[in-house]
Design a protein around this ligand. Sequence first.
Ligand code: ADP
Ligand code: MG
Length: 713
Amino acid sequence: MEIAPAATHPSSDASSSLWEEIVGEARADDRTYLLEPECKRLLEDIGIATTGHEVARTVEDAVRISGHIGYPVVLKIVSEDVVHKSDSGGVKLNLADAEAVRAACTGMFEAFKDNNIKGVSVQKMAKPGTEVIIGVTRDPIFGPVLMFGLGGIFVEVMKDITFRILPVDEKEIDAMLQEIKGYPLLKGYRGHSVDLRSLKTLLMKVSRMVTDHPHIKELDLNPVICYPDGYTVVDARIFVDNKVTSIVTAPINPDLHDFFYPRSIALVGASDTKGKLGWNVFHNLIHHHCKARLYPINPKCEVIQGVKAYKSLSEVDDSIDVAIVIVPAAATPAAVEECCKKGVRYIVIESAGFAELGEEGKRAQEQIKSVLKKYGCRALGPNCSGVINTHHNMVQSIGIVNDLGKGNIGLIAQAGVYAAGILWGLRHVMDFGIVATIGNKLDINETDILHHLGNDDNIDVICMYLEDITSGKRFVDVAREVTEKKPTIILKSGRTDAGKKAVMSHTASLAGDDKINDIAFRQSGIIRARNNDHMFDLARAFAKQPVPITDGVLVITYTGSLGVAATDTLYLSKMRLGELEPDLKKRLKEILPDYVQSLNPVDYSFTMNPKELRKTIEIGVESKDIGSFIVVLQTEILDSFTAELQQIDYRGKPIMLCVPCKEFAMDAVIRLEKLGFPVYSNPEMAAEALSEMYKYGNSRKSQFSAVQQKMAS
Ligand code: ADP
Ligand code: MG
């Protein structure tokens, strides 16, 4: 059997023309899959080492090429119909002589005669070494993602792999290599080791290639065999996408200051009839003494809730920073257009009945979008509950909101109802600065708001509860900057539809959507919360206390059992019990009852009293090795500790309180929380919060969090 020779192509050194040539050929064949020899040409072109290859079109061709490469050789079928070659008998390894090549090649041509074959790739048999897999997949939200892992059973069975959103720097590549469980195998094990420097260069080159060529959809180098000196790419496949969808990376970061601190607000759809949503929103604005000038708009009213009303926006003789629109969906597009014509800068569309209801709603939303674009106006919503900014006394919510304290926590929530429920309860133990509900995100999205919160001096800690993320690449870029300044915690519902995606590459099948979320958050420095409680447990700690500057903790407890539990979790979360200096030990022993042996945890048993507790903490504050405290308090006498705790000068060393069954002593707990002490019902959470705070402080260039700087000044 003979195969028609492939057309000859002008050779070029420039990788872009080689790309054009190879992708053009694939397109001509109506393929999105680049064959192994094509992939290897592209890789070699940018200096990546492969086994080499030559495509034979006849059996004698294969024998001749083998002789010239040198035995042993490997034969592989080259066909667009055969993606996974060895599964269908398309790989013959370790062929030692001409006879073996002749027999293997004849057999392959026969076995694949019904497939569209371009020939047989003849290549050197690579020496054994440590097999790794390198891959790339393109996530619809975050863009290209790089995968690395050890090959064979490590990836197939143990799923010992790691991912990074591209682009990456060398530091990130180092972290990837080190975080797989099989890292010791790479570093060196019983005399075998891997040339980590060349492996790193390979990973960098692959990342570059993928960011340079947006039509690479998926890529697998599986396996790459690594040696103590260099590596060789044994197999490669690339899937290309002819429709390249560009992911927005340009940082469109408009200044949203006046959106959060407007000088004037018009409420289109304000109502004087109690029970209507337009009544609630206006009531909230008045009741909280909003700092903006307020203009209720309603064609049927002269006065709304005691404030002069206007028949239309055009009657208002003032410039409007923010217009809130709360009218039925059908009337919304006209209301938005009226706002635009008036020159309103930002519109908060609280009306519902759009994309969340289906196709028709989506179309109406698109229509609004084009109006906004025409006038250069920006909008939040629809289907949201607006913004709360306690520092501007501004509550735009649809539901009645009780009095709120002015706090340093920013919250971005997808749904208004969620935010309302959270605020109703949490306002007892924590104070928010800004709460923004984003709804259908027709324009302003979580990233825009995150960017503002990052720059808003009233905000020290950021929480997000998101169901989806728009333009993930920009989100990661903005989050990286923000987390450098402020701890940011996210609760993101994980989608589990990864299995449903039709993917050809190994990498894409290993990269579940939620795994990509995880890695995107980690790369951005965002802490991912397990659930709602976890998010606000961490937020309270960050918002109320400075971050510890050493990992040593002093545990003080009224019960040994919870002291042990705290200790265990500290070590599990990479913290430790601190060690008092000898003179401090002596001073502590003097105040402890005789039966107390251990100086950390300090276990007072039932005799712990407020004065001793205060003295113990003050001794700990003096120790260089103690960076923070966990204090386990007895619930039934909780109030007796408040006065002494309030007196302590803890000089930037955080104190976490643990009160078992705290939900049955909420009045006392709220009093302690209001003094600035986070109270947890179990020592594990207290230890975990300290560990996250310590990690956060250590991970940033500047050692002190915003909370710390404010406390110091
Ligand atoms: P596929 O992944 O399409 O089944 P590969 O080219 O990866 O095909 O080949 C299957 C296996 O054969 C590889 O995982 C590797 O273990 C081995 N192999 C393939 N080519 C070579 C080669 N040139 N040298 C050594 N081993 C090879
Ligand atoms: Mg393979």
